[in-house]
Design a protein around this ligand. Structure first.
Ligand code: SF4
Length: 292
């Protein structure tokens, strides 16, 4: 058994895969909407401890094929350390096919394309990146530590290294007053720096960060209701014009409407589903079934 340091988070799509904690917490930890690692101080775990976890996991699950490196932005680690962890994983799991990791735009900007390509060559093939918004104004208000330009540079680097990026965007993040800027900026970012996978979440704040989020926003925040969220989703899907297919999902538990398809191929179907929901609110997930 791997002795995890709790709380432990991973993307929903990694639910069936092995998780190894290479770091604890998030090295940035300042996004005002995010409560995930408020209880942890960022720590790079000693490599010996990470290797011990890998050995323990290999004893329990020798045929694991996919590994997710936690915690919040393990790509922050020095590239040499990541390479050693990837080599250890490859030696421990003969059937290893893919390693994935949470990454921030800052992490990506601090690595060269050659470093990223070296990680890719050792089976680190998928990065989960929280973009949240492509609006410079919203990014500043939520203290994301990134701008549309820096995020574009970061995504360009990942693409140059042939890494896949699974990006998340948070609907409702601009409230009712700034939703158009939020969505138009996000679509522009995604069109300029396309990703492989795109997921939308719906803004949900845990009690511990509500005051920080509202206080940092700089003005009264008028929450979007479901009708507003659907309008955002509709505008985003209509505006994304990717040069290569994007696998799109809004099946995270926070969403009022679950959607799945490929863009641009399924655009019309997705828009029709949203239109039906907007007309009669058909297919909406009940509020008591939503969560983070
Ligand atoms: S970078 Fe990610 S994990 Fe870290 S505070 Fe921001 S949203 Fe949370």
């Amino acid at each position: 058994m791997v002795p995890y340091d709790m709380p432990l988070y991973r993307p929903p799509s990694e639910g069936a895969n092995l998780i190894i904690q290479a770091t604890l917490g998030c090295s940035f930890n300042r996004c005002t909407f995010c409560s995930m690692y408020k209880s942890k101080h960022y720590t790079a775990r000693p490599l010996d401890a990470v290797f011990a976890d890998i050995d323990a996991a290999a004893a329990d699950w020798p045929d694991a094929r996919r590994v997710f490196l936690a915690d919040g932005d393990a790509l922050v680690l020095p590239t040499d350390d990541l390479l050693r962890i990837l080599d250890k994983l490859d030696a421990a799991f003969p059937e290893l096919a893919r390693v994935s990791i949470y990454a921030t735009p800052i992490n990506l900007l601090r690595k060269s394309v050659d470093e990223l390509a070296a990680l890719k060559a050792r089976k680190l093939t998928l990065l989960y990146v929280g973009l949240e918004s492509g609006s410079a104004d919203i990014l500043r208000r939520i203290h994301k530590g990134a701008t549309p330009r820096s995020m574009t540079e970061a995504l360009d680097k990942a693409r140059a290294a042939n890494l896949k990026v699974s990006a998340t965007v948070i609907l409702g993040l601009g409230g009712r007053d700034r939703w158009q800027d939020h969505i138009d900026g996000t679509a522009a970012l995604l069109n300029q720096a396309p990703v492989t996978f795109l997921s939308t979440l719906q803004l949900t704040l845990e009690d511990g960060v509500v005051d920080e989020f509202l206080g940092s926003f700089g003005e009264p925040f008028d929450w979007q209701d479901d009708a507003g969220i659907l309008r955002e989703q509709e505008r985003l899907i209509a505006a994304i014009d990717p040069p290569a297919p994007v696998i799109f999902r809004s099946n995270h538990a926070s969403n009022c409407l679950a959607l799945a398809g490929n863009l641009p191929k399924d655009r019309d179907r997705l828009l029709a589903t949203i239109a039906a929901a907007r007309a009669g609110f058909a297919g909406l997930r009940p509020a008591f079934m939503r969560g983070l």
